[in-house]
Design a protein around this ligand. Structure first.
Ligand code: CA
Length: 227
């Protein structure tokens, strides 16, 4: 039985979460403040955290940073739609995903299951990726199309794919990608990243104008949805 810690100061939302998650056979623990969040997380060692960004004694981002300093546990942010900048900061602080409030129960449950399924912080990156009908061998730096034809990817394109593959299914922010692939000196240069993603889609997506695998998260970053 998986245990989930919800960090949320609104008692109504907490009780909705409790009813929903307990009905799905999760064990539910809760914290109403940033301070309690770290204490409960250390005490219970939950399998996943849900973190509201607006807390009375600090923000959710400080909770994420604190927990992330000692645990690789999956963290999903609950954020209002108006908190765009905080959402990015939360992802950069180490959150793995977010669900916008008001959330739909099926969406929240799907995100939770995805996060629990994947060993998201494992150092292991899948070595072979399937994107549409293309297969990409990341370790050998080879890519092939459906008929076995070679697809040429540049070293930068391989590195972007590697970075996305390490967080497969989850959002990687633009800053994370630029920092890892181009280096901290190029932070803010999102144009190179956009061009790179466009080229990757043209080479790998079955329909580059309607990407099914290299997904844009508007204003945040990108998400790899492998086959
Ligand atoms: Ca709140």
């Amino acid at each position: 039985m998986h245990q989930i810690l919800a960090v949320e100061d609104d008692p109504v939302i907490r009780s909705v979460l409790r009813a929903l998650l307990e009905s799905e056979q999760f064990r539910f623990v809760e914290a109403a403040t940033a301070e309690r969040a770290d204490i409960e997380a250390r005490a219970h060692k939950p399998d996943l955290l849900l973190v509201d960004l607006g807390l009375p004694d600090g923000d959710g981002i400080s909770v994420i940073r604190k927990v992330r300093s000692w645990s690789p546990v999956p963290i999903i942010v609950l954020s209002a739609r108006t908190q765009e900048e905080q959402k990015i900061a939360a992802l950069d602080a180490g959150a793995d995903d977010y669900v916008a409030k008001p959330f739909s129960a099926p969406e929240l449950l799907a995100r939770i299951r995805a996060a629990l399924r994947r060993n998201i912080r494992s150092a292991e990156v899948p070595q072979v990726l399937a994107i549409g009908r293309a297969r990409i061998d990341l370790s050998r730096r080879e890519a092939h199309g459906p008929a076995g034809e070679a697809i040429h990817l540049t070293p930068l394109e391989y590195r972007v794919l590697e970075c996305l593959a390490r967080h497969a299914g989850f959002i990687v922010t633009q800053d994370q990608l630029v920092r890892e692939v181009w280096g901290p000196g190029r932070l803010g240069d999102t144009r190179s990243l956009r061009v790179c993603m466009m080229n990757l889609r043209a080479k790998l997506e079955p329909d580059p104008h309607h990407p099914a695998h290299l997904i844009t998260e508007p204003g945040l970053g990108y998400r790899l949805r492998p086959d």
